[in-house]
Design a protein around this ligand. Structure first.
Ligand code: ZN
Length: 139
């Protein structure tokens, strides 16, 4: 297993309530010339967690931060007008928190949790990961 140091959260940048899937994202990324989906996990609207790129392989989700990170993407991130919004359902939030806890327990070298927007001039994942994690005491 490669060394994992941080978890980076993303959104799919799709309109809230539309149930895109891990396979949709995989085909979008392949069409952009990537070998596979760039994220390691995708969380559907119903909160189910779906594996993307195998964890042992370096992802393609955050420039300059892929080597030691895990990329997690939730479906959503835009309101009806296409503006950034935290559209996570209750089920998605619960699953995201549980997945983070599980990864940190399984890989103690994972000590950092960040949103994509902390590393790039982007809205993704359309919420403040630090504040969210503090509130859930998973930071
Ligand atoms: Zn992102």
């Amino acid at each position: 297993m490669r060394e994992l140091r941080e978890i980076i959260i993303h959104c799919s940048a799709t309109v809230e309530g539309i149930p895109f899937t891990v396979e949709d994202i995989r085909s979008w990324h392949r069409r952009r010339g990537m070998s596979d989906i760039g994220y390691h996990y995708v969380i559907h609207l119903d909160g189910t967690v779906h594996p993307g790129r195998p964890l042992e392989r370096v992802g393609a989700h955050c420039t300059g931060h892929n080597t030691y990170s895990v990329g997690i993407c939730y479906i959503g991130g835009l309101d009806r007008d296409g503006h950034p919004k935290n559209t996570m359902t209750e089920a998605q939030q619960r699953s995201l928190a549980n997945l983070i806890r599980r990864l940190k327990a399984q890989y103690p070298s994972v000590t950092q949790l960040h949103g994509h927007n902390e590393y790039a001039n982007k809205a993704c994942p359309c919420f403040d990961v630090q504040r969210w994690a503090r509130a859930l005491t998973i930071a």
